[in-house]
Design a protein around this ligand. Sequence first.
Ligand SMILES: [Zn+2]
Ligand SMILES: [Zn+2]
Length: 355
Amino acid sequence: MSEKMMNALRLNAVNDLEYCQVPIPAPGPSEVICRVESVSICGTDPHIINGDFRGMWPKEFPIILGHEWSGVIVELGEKAGDFGWKAGDRVCALSHVGCGQCKMCLEGRYTLCLNYGKSELGHRQYGHYSQGAYAQYMCASVKAIEKIPDEMDFNVASCMDPLSIALHMVMRSGIKPGDSVLINGAGAQGLMSILCVKSMGAGLIMISGSGTRLEAAKKMGAVPIDYRKEDVAARVKELTNGLGAKRVIECSGTEVGIRQACDAVGKGGCISMVSLPKEDVKIPIRKIVLDEIDLVGNRANPNTLAKSIPIGMNFIKEIRALITHEFPLSKYEEAFDIFNGRKDNSLKVVLKPQL
Ligand SMILES: [Zn+2]
Ligand SMILES: [Zn+2]
């Protein structure tokens, strides 16, 4: 019997992407097969393609990347229906699936699963070392999907994964109603963080960045600080009567940006971080100690995908505005070129495997 085939974008080796035909995957008992409608390019994808995480993401070639996706369930594994899923359900998804048995998973911290990378124990990270969504069909654990409302289009739904990462980071900053916030970096994570801090009752929202991204942030209600023209920490102090920001959401991932976060945070404040700098950077530990600054690291989006969907609905216009480009999956070269070069004021670039 001949296998059914699908179009997919396969990474055969470092910097070797190929648009080709591969077999449609078959679901395990608690998995579903989804028809992929939208996949948005994540900033991590080009790094995986370039081989920056060799040996970890992916562990081996070939691999299909893509983890910010949405689609429709078309086939159920034998137990998936018992968990309440049915063919035709519209879903969005996240990349991490924990083993479900280890101490971290039992605490709900499954992005820190102690069995990370052991697919034989049920662990997955789709589009990183497990097969991802740059394809017409995607096999996903029921643990990794959430239903989306009929009113949410697939492009917006593909952004629920990065929105839920921003939400995890913002929640872990300990933000309280009325707190002043500095968001460091006006890329997709920074802009989505504006929506999350608003949802958590932020007071003054400041954001550092430059160019059209900073203008987008201003439209979303944040006070823009152009780091190329202004001293970010000094401007934050000015805007907060000398106090500094109560919460800093660090999305720049640069040495300068991280230093800036440390300088701009107020006494008793928190720096919540998501970006990975290329190398470890020096931070002012004496200030961190003497000013009782909380430093919080965040890995992906444990248990925040479901929460992010109603937030996404509240801000659906703002999220739609972040999606600047859409291409059929076959036009991936153009899509990555525009995304990587930030050409044409690109922000979120969506690929459509069904077109
Ligand atoms: Zn991502
Ligand atoms: Zn685990």
